[in-house]
Design a protein around this ligand. Structure first.
Ligand code: FAD
Length: 456
């Protein structure tokens, strides 16, 4: 039986970083994957969703070109099969750099086998009949879409982010169940390409994890794109033809070509043999300490299978922490207090640190300052992209502790605030930094300069 310093289970965003970093650091490493290297991000998450959003944005821009004085362009037609082909070509382009032989050639023993890895004991796994021994292990098995079994929905084939990429025909109408990021991104892409989109949300508002003011703004943007958003929904029953629901005491039915469930994630922990070895987990995923160790200290977990912050950049960041902790006695802590993220709608949402509400709850309203700048400075004006805003939360020492934004390329320039928070850069230093003119990111400088003016 082969013995490794480290076995990495799952070759998605977390697993790939864990295996390559460990290998570079000199650990004899094996990487086990049961589906396809690249995981959700490459095959059914970030990559295809960003590719389709990009196409939808271009399509929408072409169809609005008449409004800005160009000669009449006839409304372009969506060839959905071609759109999906393009999306797959983008996936393939990324996968080209992630094929098993690339990692094998690098010196990482790479096994792709549908049997997947199963623990036999605290230092051995099996993949089918093959057994491998390890000193350390990092579990990076990710998560899967949660499916709610509604009354009467047995005959309905729901779309999820797993099977959506296989459809060839553009649905004329689609109902998204759940008003989170997946629904909002894919719903916005489809709506911009002409699909009639409805989003059903059980809570009083969509984008529950997002700052309330940003979510309210985005709701309006999505409605302007033609999306129907119904909140406070109670889904009563389902069948192939229609969904019956109750909204604030009133019953109604909606009929659509397709139904998409985006109602949360289930961590992939069930087929790993965790019980046999005594590795603890609950419905949120693997239980880890602040060093990302499970209750068996030489077995770590990172990414979607353990964290509530299900992003590729969290997965890769945590993978680096795990490898560091395998290698070093002085361990790194899994600190996600300055975690940025973006929603790739048109325009984008950007977030980092505390929201206004979280800051108020944590420090008290009297101990923070909230400063807002509208996205109506020069570059937004030249490109006719005004709308949206940046809201910065300061503490008493004029240091940024959080920021929420909605605006063109917000997912890019929010990172300037991540750097400010992470490095505790004083507002005066940010205001004194030169930004190229005219850029979208100048909104960040404006926020600091104008905020400081209010203090004089
Ligand atoms: C539609 C959509 C859009 C998204 N967009 C973004 C985005 O824009 N930005 C962002 O940061 N995040 C985005 N995400 C989230 C992101 O995809 C995930 O957070 C990230 O992929 C998690 O990485 P991971 O390595 O933890 O898990 P995964 O990428 O899911 O990888 C886990 C791997 O483990 C394998 N596996 C499972 N069990 C076993 C086993 N027993 N043995 C061997 N292998 C096993 C799986 O097959 C899989 O390949 C998006 C998600 C979705 C659904």
């Amino acid at each position: 039986m082969k013995k490794y310093d480290l076995i990495v289970i799952g070759a998605g965003s977390a697993g790939l970083v864990a295996a390559t970093t460990a290998h570079r650091a000199g650990l004899k490493t094996a990487l086990i994957e049961k589906r396809k290297i690249g995981g959700e991000c490459t095959h059914s998450g970030c990559v295809p969703s960003k590719a389709i959003l990009n196409l939808a944005k271009s399509y929408s821009a072409v169809n609005h070109i008449n409004e800005i004085g160009f000669a009449t362009v006839k409304k372009s037609k969506v060839k959905f099969e071609k759109v999906m082909e393009h999306v797959h070509s983008i996936i393939d382009g990324i996968y080209e750099h992630e094929t098993p032989d690339i990692f094998q050639k690098m010196g990482i023993d790479t096994i792709v086998d549908t049997a997947g890895a199963v623990f036999i004991d605290a230092n051995t796994i099996k993949i089918g009949r093959k057994k491998l021994a390890f000193k350390n292990c990092i579990i990076c098995t990710g998560s899967s879409p949660r499916i709610i079994p509604f009354k009467g929905s047995e005959d309905t084939t729901f779309l999820t982010n797993d099977n959506f990429w296989e459809i060839k025909k553009q649905p004329k109408s689609i109902v998204f169940i759940g008003g989170g990021v997946i629904s909002v991104e894919l719903g916005s892409a489809l709506a911009q390409m002409g699909t009639k989109v409805t989003i059903l949300e059980v809570a009083p508002r969509i984008l529950g994890a997002v700052d309330e003011e940003v979510a309210t703004y985005m709701t309006k943007v999505l409605e302007d794109q033609g999306i129907k958003i119904i909140t406070n929904v109670n889904i009563l029953s389902f069948n192939k033809e229609k969904v019956s629901l109750e909204v604030e005491g009133k019953k109604k039915t909606i009929k659509a070509d397709a139904y998409f469930q985006a109602v949360g994630r289930v961590p992939n922990v069930s087929s790993l043999g965790l019980e046999e070895v005594g590795i603890k987990y609950d419905r949120k995923g693997l239980t880890t300490n602040r060093y990302l160790q499970t209750n068996l200290k030489h077995i770590y977990a990172c990414g979607d299978c353990t964290t509530p912050f299900k992003f590729t950049h969290t997965a890769s960041h945590q993978a680096n922490i795990c490898v560091h902790n395998v290698l070093n006695k002085k361990k790194k802590i899994n600190d996600l207090t300055v975690l940025p993220w973006a929603v790739f709608t048109n325009p984008e949402i950007g977030h980092v640190g505390l929201t206004e509400q979280e800051a108020k709850d944590k420090f008290g309203a009297e101990n923070i300052a909230v400063f807002k700048v509208n996205a109506s400075i020069d570059r937004y004006i030249t490109d006719q992209k005004t709308g949206g805003f940046l809201k910065v939360i300061f503490n008493k020492k004029d240091r940024v502790i959080g920021a929420d934004a909605v605006g063109t390329h917000a997912g890019e320039w929010i990172q300037l605030l991540t750097i400010a928070i992470k490095n505790k850069i004083p507002a005066a230093k940010m205001a004194d930094t030169i930004f190229p003119y005219p850029t979208y990111g100048e909104i960040v400088k404006k926020a600091f300069t104008r905020y400081l003016r209010t203090k004089k």
